[in-house]
Design a protein. Structure first.
Length: 275
């Protein structure tokens, strides 16, 4: 169980992260606020007591690895990495600018702390499987974490990777499904309905948990349980809200890829400060 002190620390950091996400997306004039805000609490938790890493040694061999398969949500990852010391916070204001190392999808060759580049949806889980398998082969103790999207889960490659991970018993692989139920064209269930994610992942041979993806207690407990699994890869189906933390963005499909105006930025910051 997380202490009240730790919970307050996480919630305060989450507010800071959300404000910065909104600000830099407004400065950029392009990007994806909805998915960045829905996945923010998971990323905050991973880098605030779950993952093993050293921002001064971003390629440390013993570090845990992280793959953001839904790479368009990278503003959330960039903000957390900056606040954790991987690169200067001032760099965040260059998001999506020409010559910046912070582009619209993560680039492992240019941004400290990025373990895998992301572009076309559906590919990140395969990369995470490879990283986890390498850890097994090399007899390393690190864990590989990955966030995938629900719309992204319509890609066949996701399920090929799922079979691969189960077949190879990658119990050092922990995946979060950011289940915010919306994608660029509309509701996920109306585009290609995923049926029951819990049953589906179990049928593919995975250890499955379902949580509130905005509850730090749930996130930490689920990761702890996943680490106890000795035979199977783990997926944590995280029920989230697209645009979480900003009322006019929450569940609003138009903010999948639309950035806020100056007036909306100010309103969003005022709301976040009031959480």
């Amino acid at each position: 169980m997380l202490s009240n002190e730790k919970l307050n620390e996480l919630k305060t950091f989450s507010q800071k992260v959300r404000k910065k996400i909104v600000q830099i997306l407004g400065l950029a004039g392009s990007g994806h606020p909805g998915g960045s805000l829905s996945s923010a609490d998971i990323i905050v938790a991973l880098y605030s007591g779950i993952m093993k890493y050293d921002p001064l040694k971003p390629r440390m061999a013993e570090r845990d690895r992280f793959v953001l398969s839904k790479g368009h949500a990278c503003p959330a990852l960039y903000v957390v990495l900056a606040f954790k010391g991987f690169f200067p916070v001032e760099d965040l204001d260059t998001l999506r600018k020409l010559g910046s190392h912070l582009q619209g999808h993560p680039d492992m060759k240019s941004t400290p702390g990025i373990d895998m580049s992301a572009g076309s949806l559906g590919q990140g889980l395969s990369a995470a499987c490879g990283i986890a398998l390498a850890g097994k082969i090399d007899d390393k103790e690190y864990f590989t974490y990955c966030i995938i999207g629900d719309g992204e889960s319509q890609e066949g490659q996701v399920w090929e990777a799922a079979m691969f991970a189960a077949h190879n018993k990658l119990n050092n692989l922990i995946v979060f499904l950011d289940f915010n139920k919306l994608q660029i064209e509309g509701k996920v269930k109306d585009i290609i309905g995923p049926l029951n994610f819990q049953d589906k992942w179990q049928s593919f041979g995975w250890h499955v948990q379902v949580i509130n993806g905005h509850s730090y207690e749930h996130i930490f407990q689920a990761v702890s349980a996943a680490k106890q699994e000795k035979e199977k890869p783990s997926i944590i189906i995280s029920n989230t809200i697209k645009g979480k933390g900003v009322s006019f963005m929450e569940g609003n499909l138009s903010f999948h890829g639309a950035t806020p105006t100056e007036e909306e930025i100010q309103k969003a910051i005022e709301e976040i400060n009031g959480i």
